[in-house]
Design a protein around this ligand. Structure first.
Ligand SMILES: Nc1ncnc2c1ncn2[C@@H]1O[C@H](COP(=O)(O)OP(=O)(O)O)[C@@H](O)[C@H]1O
Ligand SMILES: [Mg+2]
Length: 337
């Protein structure tokens, strides 16, 4: 995805936080300064990974070609941090959150400081402090120092698009904040277990408390909708040849969709895509006698934990509700495949 707005930068960073298993994500934005920060309590990075994180095509999410066909993370191309280093001033603070070897550092009061990166490899990661790395526009680490932070990662981008003025849109600060809020809402319904906060500077403007499904999340930001107006349904889809075919097509479309833009060649024929046998579909619907909207703005489709535009599916949902919703009113419906 091209990073062409603060909202797009926020989306990339937040997806990294989710890939790192974060359950608490705080997004702070200073639109006038073209500055943004995403802080999470995810796995963090050791010094070695941190120093490499913004170099071109650097990813920890795939190691072999075969991994391409069982991707379970939102990112895998290793482009976001590198692009952000090119587009602004990038600083990352990180402290590994691997609890396995907590005693390692506890018992080493006299640990060399900074420890050599080989000490931080493998599992020996629960460093007592984290690291702060500043990158240049080529994505190379140019400043490295220890930093006292909680386990997790804090990414800050300053002066975004400073050298790319055409990407500095003429949107007002309020419009930018709305677009960020809307992106976070779409991500939040696909990741209901996360505690989300959005701040403009230090002023809180949006907060989502976690729940077990999207049913608990939607009422927090769709005005006029209460949890009791919604129904949640989880359907297991049997592994029939049709489902397998449809699933293959979906995986293929996603992979091809994300690779075509970057001119990569897909090395394996589509017939080799394998999707797991157990598939399910989650559905959150507003009971049509209790909630309906003036616009179809909350008819959403999610695939593999990302909201996507799917005009066919959206149309199918709208047609299905055409008779039950009052005239010229639209349902609240989120389908997650
Ligand atoms: N918030 C984060 N927590 C832990 N690791 C991160 C975080 N953000 C980035 N990383 C590390 O930096 C690498 C590069 O990130 P990115 O450029 O977005 O590429 P990708 O997400 O495609 O791997 C990731 O593979 C991951 O190892
Ligand atoms: Mg990423």
């Amino acid at each position: 995805e091209v990073i062409d707005s603060i909202a797009a930068a926020v989306r990339e960073l937040v997806e990294n936080s989710l890939d790192a298993g974060a359950t608490r994500i705080v997004v702070s934005v200073w639109p006038e300064q073209w500055r943004l920060q995403v802080a999470d309590n995810g796995t963090g990075m050791d010094l070695e990974n941190l120093q490499q994180a913004a170099s071109p095509h650097s990813t920890s999410k795939i190691t072999t070609e075969a991994d391409l066909y069982k991707i379970a993370t939102l990112g895998f191309r290793g482009e976001a941090l590198h692009s952000l280093a090119q587009l602004g001033c990038l600083e990352v603070l990180s402290r590994p959150n691997d609890l396995g070897l907590g005693d390692f550092w506890e018992n080493r009061e006299s640990a060399p400081n900074p420890p050599s990166s080989s000490l931080l490899r493998g599992g020996a990661q629960n460093a007592r402090s984290g690291w702060r790395v500043v990158y240049n526009n080529a994505g190379s680490a140019v400043e490295v120092e220890t930093a006292a932070i909680a386990p997790g990662t804090v990414v800050t981008v300053d002066n975004l698009f400073g050298n790319w003025p055409v990407r500095r849109s003429f949107l007002s600060a309020a419009q930018q904040m709305r677009s960020i809020q809307s992106i976070l809402q779409q991500i939040a319904i696909c990741h209901p277990h996360v505690n989300w906060q959005l701040r403009q500077g230090n002023t809180p403007c949006f907060h989502v408390t976690p729940g077990s499904t999207a049913e608990h999340i939607l009422p927090q930001f769709v005005r006029g909708v209460r949890a009791s107006d919604l129904q949640y349904l989880k359907l297991d889809l049997p592994a029939s040849p049709e489902n397998q075919k449809a699933g293959n097509l979906l995986v293929e479309t996603q992979l091809v969709g994300s690779t075509v833009k970057h001119n990569y060649q897909l090395p394996i024929a589509s017939s080799q895509f394998q999707i797991p046998n157990s598939q399910f579909l989650e559905l959150v619907v507003g009971l049509p006698d209790r909630c309906h909207r003036r616009r179809p703005d909350w008819v959403k489709v999610g695939v593999n934990r990302r909201v996507v535009r799917s005009p066919e599916l959206e149309q199918t949902i709208l047609s299905a509700f055409a008779r039950t919703c009052p005239r010229d009113r639209y349902p609240v419906c989120f389908v997650h495949l």
